[in-house]
Write a protein that binds this ligand. Sequence first.
Ligand code: IPD
Ligand code: CA
Ligand code: CA
Length: 268
Amino acid sequence: MTQSSALIHVMDRAARKAGRALVRDFGEVELLQVSKKGAADFVSAADLRAEQTLKEELARARPDFIFEGEETGVGAGSGKTRWLVDPLDGTTNFLHGIPHFAISIAVVEDGKITAGLVYSPLLDEVYSAASGEGAFVGRRRLRVSARSALKESLIATGIPYLGRGDHKHYLSTLECVMGKVAGIRRFGSAALDLAYVAAGRFDGFWEFGLKPWDVAAGIILVREAGGFVTDARGGEDMLGTGDIVAGNGAIHQELRTLLSPLGMPAAA
Ligand code: IPD
Ligand code: CA
Ligand code: CA
C-alpha cells in the first residue's frame, strides 16, 4: 500500500464510521420537525458527535497530525501536517430532511492540500484524491467534463445565507452568469458541489466566503480530475479567502472572465 492510499484508507474508515451515525440521526430529524429549535439542537449535537468520531478515528491512525475541525477548532500538536475536517457539510439540508450532505476530510501539509475525501453517507459514495495520483469515486477514476461552451454548461453555486456574505455582490455575479449558461444549481453542500465538478456532473462552480474545511478536499478532487480551481482573479489562496471558481479548463477560464470584472465581495 502506498503512503497516500494508506491515508485514504484511514479517511475512508473514519468517514464511514461517522457517516453511519449521521444516517441514523438523519432518520430522526424528520420526527423532530414539530419544534424548530428542537430539530436545530438535535442537528448541532449530531454534527458535534460526527466530529468527535472523526477526531478519535483520525488521531488513532495518525497521532502526529494536528486535527482542525469546524466544530472543535484546532487541536493540540506542532506537526506540519493537519487534518482539515467538516463533519457535516450541508447542515441546512440535513435540518430540513433533504438527503444531500457529506463529510469532508483533507490532509494539508505545510499549507498544501495533499489528499482529500468527500463521503456521501446516504448514497455510500466515497470521492477521494491524492496529489499526483488522480481522483476516484469508489474505484472509478474521475474526470472533469469535456464541455467547453458556457451556453451548454451546468454550473453550481452557493448563495450567501441571511446575515452572511455580500448579497449585492453575489447577485451581480448570479445575474452575469445566469444569462450565459444552460442552468444553475444551488444544492447546499460545497464539498459535494466540488466533488460533482470532479465527476463531470457540474461543468463549473463558484462561491464566495467559504471556510477551508468546506473546500479543501473538493479542491484536490477537482485538480486531480483534471480541472482547475482558483479565486475569481486567478489567485491560489482559496483556503484563506474562501472565494472559489472551479471547472474544467475552458469553463474555469470563462467563469473567471465573467466574474473577475465584478470584483471581490466586501468583507462580511
Ligand atoms: C455550508 C455548505 C453550503 C455553503 C455554505 C457552507 P455547512 O456548509 O457548504 O453549500 O453554501 O457557505 O457554510 O454549514 O453546511 O457545513
Ligand atoms: Ca461546510
Ligand atoms: Ca459543517
